[in-house]
Design a protein around this ligand. Structure first.
Ligand code: IPD
Length: 271
């Protein structure tokens, strides 16, 4: 496994942030309401982001940084990430994906770090500190879990598929839409999982532990690293219409490829 400096940096910094987050578990943090009373941020999110930002800046001072807690307007961020010039590099970071799990003392949360160059995700790392699981991917080179190459699952029937589902926090229109899709998918698949961390869900698709993931209302920082992982693991990504997925799309279907069309069919509304 020959990794670029970028991928190695994503791994090292994700590990450093994850180790830091673990030291702050179990009530040693402050919680504030974010955009609505359905969404919260802790001081651990903000200090994890500060740590990641300064570590990456020390290594790559010319690169841009787009973090969940940076306060950047999301539409502007999406525009920037899809209209980059040849010399532009931008780190897209979720310093603690699964904040609500973290607040509740549930262990499913992750640090997600991706590098986007000229509109393309070229390196990514997702670290789940509570399980010491490190996923990393490099464009054209592969994807690994704790140093071992990984692939998507071989499941080819929706009735046998374990499907992860994302329920958006703040956008009630999106939440309603996802709630309407739940019954069909719950009946058509083997079963549903809602992990509460988009990054972890997508990393588990790349490693074949889950077969597909459906979300509406995720953000670029939740999914950038995972998108590269699914591609490198032989899976498929699209929006709900089956069109190529970009970092600006609010709708995401990620799968092992074999199940993609059945998932799209199942979530079609009305049924
Ligand atoms: C959220 C989680 C959640 C997903 C949301 C994300 P955060 O990220 O990944 O599972 O459904 O769309 O925004 O706020 O915990 O970093």
């Amino acid at each position: 496994m020959v990794l670029s400096n970028y991928t190695q940096a994503a791994i090292d910094v994700a590990k450093k942030a994850g180790d830091y987050i673990l030291t702050r578990e179990r009530g040693k943090f402050t919680v504030e309401e974010k955009i609505s009373s359905y969404d919260y941020v802790t001081d651990v999110d903000t200090s994890s982001e500060a740590l990641i930002k300064s570590s990456l800046h020390a290594l790559f001072p010319d690169h841009d940084f787009a973090g969940e807690e940076s306060g950047m307007d999301e539409d502007e961020m999406k525009h920037r990430l899809t209209h980059m010039s040849e010399n532009d590099y931008c780190w897209v970071v979720d310093p603690l994906d699964g904040t609500i799990n973290f607040i509740h003392g549930l262990g499913c949360y992750a640090v997600s770090i991706a590098l986007v160059h000229h509109n393309e995700i070229i390196s990514g790392a997702i670290y789940i500190p509570t399980l010491d699981e490190m996923f990393c991917a490099q464009k054209g080179a592969g994807v690994w879990h704790n140093g071992q190459p990984i692939k998507v699952s071989k499941c080819n029937q929706l009735k046998n598929a374990l499907v992860s589902f994302g329920v958006p926090a703040t956008n009630m229109k999106y939440r309603h839409e996802m709630a309407n899709k739940f019954p069909a998918l719950a009946m058509d698949s083997f079963n549903i999982r809602i992990l509460g961390s988009a990054a972890a869900s997508i990393a588990y698709i790349a490693s074949g532990k889950l077969d597909a993931y459906v979300e509406l209302g995720h953000h670029p920082w939740d999914v950038a690293a995972g998108m590269l992982m699914v591609e490198e693991a032989g899976g498929q990504l699209s929006n709900h219409k089956g069109e190529a997925l970009t970092l600006a799309d609010p709708y995401m279907v990620a799968s092992n490829g074999a199940l993609h069309s059945s998932i799209l069919e199942s979530i079609k509304m009305p049924k």
